[in-house]
Design a protein around this ligand. Structure first.
Ligand code: PLP
Length: 298
């Protein structure tokens, strides 16, 4: 045994034919399937057009976090793409089945994929896969982030809603290309900037900024995804008496802040050590509290 990957528990796949309501043939709304054999039709519109939506949920010590908000966001994305509404109870039960079928691990990534389905069928294809999360330890210690132009203004939800701002679509090739660009430039991640100079979000994360006792994030109305993590932290911070709000911020606003993080459901809170060439203060104690809150342990 030379590779630790041989010790990694196998991923789990759950197919959910009843994701948009009971299957017409009366079969079970979901069932376990073999993740090592092909399951997706080559004419599924996600394969031919990247047409679909998804959610990524973190499960910590076997407990998924924020399932309700993730499924509400899935429904919101479906509505933006004019796709059939997902049956939330069925998908929630399928998520539990995927986690139950997986070996017990500290951190699991659970992806809910919901596509427009086989061309002409009108029936969404849905599956859930659960796999051991990557080791995000170094990321949570602190990351270098570069700003990259997203090529769209913060008015895009009003001017060009067909660009689907704020929908979690399965066309993430651009987001992944941005992360590769960051790596090429010696950074770990990206903060997208709108053409009107305001910061937006990361390719797979939400921006959180601390200015004194106030915590800020980009307005959803600027065309970013409504993050589940930032909502969790805002609720906790507000409860503790801090001010929390959405605000349009420039790169300079972030670079001169008292702290900034990129938030996401499996990586949790990654503090920025640098934004481009500017060093930012990092509060490891506060980051650890955020981590506890976001992993459902606080
Ligand atoms: N913004 C984008 C574009 C994302 O893809 C994600 C998560 O994948 C987020 C923000 C963070 O969302 P959440 O906090 O719900 O994980």
């Amino acid at each position: 045994m030379t590779s630790s990957s041989t010790d990694t528990p196998a991923p789990v796949l759950v197919l959910v034919p009843g994701a948009a309501g009971a299957p017409s043939d009366g079969s079970a709304p979901f069932h376990l399937a073999d993740p090592t054999t092909p399951q997706l039709s080559v004419t599924d519109l996600v394969a031919t057009r990247g047409d679909g939506v998804f959610e990524t949920i973190g499960a910590f010590d076997g407990k998924p976090v924020n399932v309700g908000p993730h499924l509400e966001r899935l429904a919101r994305s479906c509505s933006l793409l004019e796709m059939p509404e997902p049956h939330q109870e069925t998908i929630a039960a399928a998520i539990d089945a995927a986690i139950d079928a997986h070996a017990a691990v500290p951190e699991l990534t659970v992806r809910v994929m919901y596509t427009r389905g086989i061309e002409g069928s009108g029936v969404p294809t849905c599956w859930i896969d659960a796999h051991v999360s990557a080791d995000w330890g170094p990321y949570r210690t602190g990351i270098r982030v570069i700003t990259l132009d997203r090529g769209l203004s913060t008015a895009v939800p009003e001017t060009s809603p067909w660009l689907l701002p704020g929908a979690k679509t399965l066309s993430y090739a651009v987001n992944m290309a941005a992360v590769r660009e960051a790596k090429r430039r010696g950074a770990a991640d990206v903060l997208f900037v709108a053409t009107d100079g305001y910061v937006l979000e990361g390719p797979t994360s939400t921006l959180l900024v601390r200015r004194g006792d106030t915590y800020l994030t980009t307005p959803v109305s600027a065309g970013v995804l409504p993050g589940t993590c930032v909502n969790t932290l805002f609720a906790a911070l507000q409860h503790e008496g801090h001010e929390v709000r959405e605000e349009l911020m420039t790169v300079q606003d972030v670079a001169t802040a008292d702290g900034a993080w990129l938030l996401s459901s499996t990586r949790l809170a990654a503090p920025l050590t640098h934004l481009d060439e500017t060093e930012l203060p990092v509060d490891h104690e506060l980051t650890a509290r955020f981590e506890a809150l976001l992993s459902g342990k606080a």
